[in-house]
Design a protein around this ligand. Structure first.
Ligand code: FEO
Length: 402
């Protein structure tokens, strides 16, 4: 049974969602699954934009067959060759033996790496800014390497001014009937996951996102159709997601605020973080967030580290080196391009100070990760006579935020 959405007279959503998948890319936890969006243009020629994960192929095929009816499929545009989108190419190629596969040279290199089918006679290879006419609709292709994989491209429908954006502007979570961002409270209910998706999936490649924006910056967008999440079609929603990507891809904080991130085996380091947070609150700071690295998946924490201007990291030695979960978190954060932030360090050096040196080396390996004051040190547990050190630490943090 099909489940499709008619977007316009000639454009249909034929994607699917998967709420059973526990982790995206087998790394990032999903609480409500993920959409695999796919779009079908009906013109003199018919054209499918991307496919879906192999786990949901059957629903996808039902959708395509319903919209196509007795027409054949002429083109399949492959914007992205990650298996969550290319997992049904072989099946579609079997169902529609005349379909031409539209991709760039790297698209087909990746296809041959992943799959056994010899479909070379179907290849329609495009270069940057090449066009393809479907009759009324004219598609133009813009290569977008490393947004998110090397072969990525986006497709712009010049007739209807629709951007088929590959992973760009994607989100976690299966849409709940309402496919358009203006049909839900996007900022309240979806923005946190939209940020977590970008920072963890695409975050490392900010420079490439900027290059793509330069390339497509003068185009008019009436609709943005990503491969995950909602469709953006109002000027307000299009501006919102563009502005967020502009901020994130240049590694600027979205807002002044403090996220406190800590590891704590018996609560002593945690107490220091609570004391810092309480003093910040007393000073009138309202944007404060706090995470225990052992309780919250790194992807959520790292997204918040990119959101706020200031980050306080509390950690300790563990078997003479840094507590492993904090070590993993900071390495993963650096892999997402975490940079341009003011940092405060709280180190519990019960057995010695190697963890502090390791953290300082990590920060030095990043870009513009400056500490706003000297590290706050404790030995196993904070002593009452150290209270003034917390006051001094918080004062330096407040001055840095001024
Ligand atoms: Fe949604 Fe990079 O795959």
């Amino acid at each position: 049974m099909h489940n499709t959405v008619q977007i316009s007279d000639t454009l249909f959503w034929v994607g699917t969602g998967d709420r059973r998948i526990p982790r995206f890319e087998n790394i990032f936890p999903l609480t409500s699954g993920v959409n695999y969006n796919s779009y079908l243009i009906i013109d003199e020629k018919t054209c499918l934009i991307d496919t879906v994960d192999a786990d949901v192929t059957e629903q996808f095929v039902d959708n395509i067959e319903h919209v196509l009816g007795d027409r054949k499929l002429d083109y399949l545009v492959i914007n992205h060759m990650e298996p969550d989108h290319c997992g049904s190419i072989e099946r579609i190629s079997q169902l529609y033996p005349e379909v031409k596969l539209v991709g760039n040279a790297k698209t087909f290199k990746f296809f041959e790496q992943f799959y056994e089918s010899d479909l070379t006679d179907r290849y329609h290879v495009v270069k940057d800014k090449d066009e393809l006419s479907l009759g009324n609709h004219v598609l133009r292709f813009y290569l977008a390497p490393l947004v998110h994989w090397p072969e990525v491209m986006v497709t712009y429908d010049e007739t209807d001014k629709v951007l088929f954006a590959a992973d760009v502007f994607g989100n976690f979570g299966v849409t709940k009937g309402n496919l358009f961002a203006d049909e839900v409270n996007f900022q309240r209910d979806w923005l946190d996951e939209f940020r977590r998706y970008y920072i963890n999936i695409v975050g490392k490649h900010g420079r490439n996102v900027q290059q793509l924006f330069k390339k497509i910056g003068d185009l008019e967008f009436k609709m943005i159709c990503s491969l995950h999440g909602h469709i953006y079609r109002t000027p307000e929603d299009i501006k919102l997601v563009m502005d967020k990507y502009q901020t994130w891809s240049t590694y600027q904080p979205e807002q002044q605020g403090v996220v406190l991130v800590y590891s704590s085996m018996y609560g002593n380091t945690e107490l220091v973080m609570n004391l810092i947070a309480s003093r910040l609150a007393k000073a009138g700071i309202r944007e404060i967030d706090m995470y225990d690295v052992s309780q919250t998946d790194a992807s959520y924490i790292i997204a918040k580290m990119h959101q706020y201007s200031h980050v306080v990291l509390g950690f300790q030695n563990y078997n003479t080196t840094m507590y492993p979960k904090m070590d993993a978190l900071i390495r993963e954060a650096l892999l997402t391009g975490f940079s341009h932030r003011k940092i405060g360090l709280v180190c519990n050096s019960s057995w010695g100070g190697k963890a502090l040196k390791e953290m300082q080396d990590y920060l030095a390996s990043g870009t513009n990760l400056e500490t706003f004051t000297e590290p706050l040190s404790l030995l196993s547990a904070l002593k009452p006579e150290q209270e003034s050190q917390i006051d001094d630490f918080v004062q330096a943090l407040l001055e840095s935020m001024a």
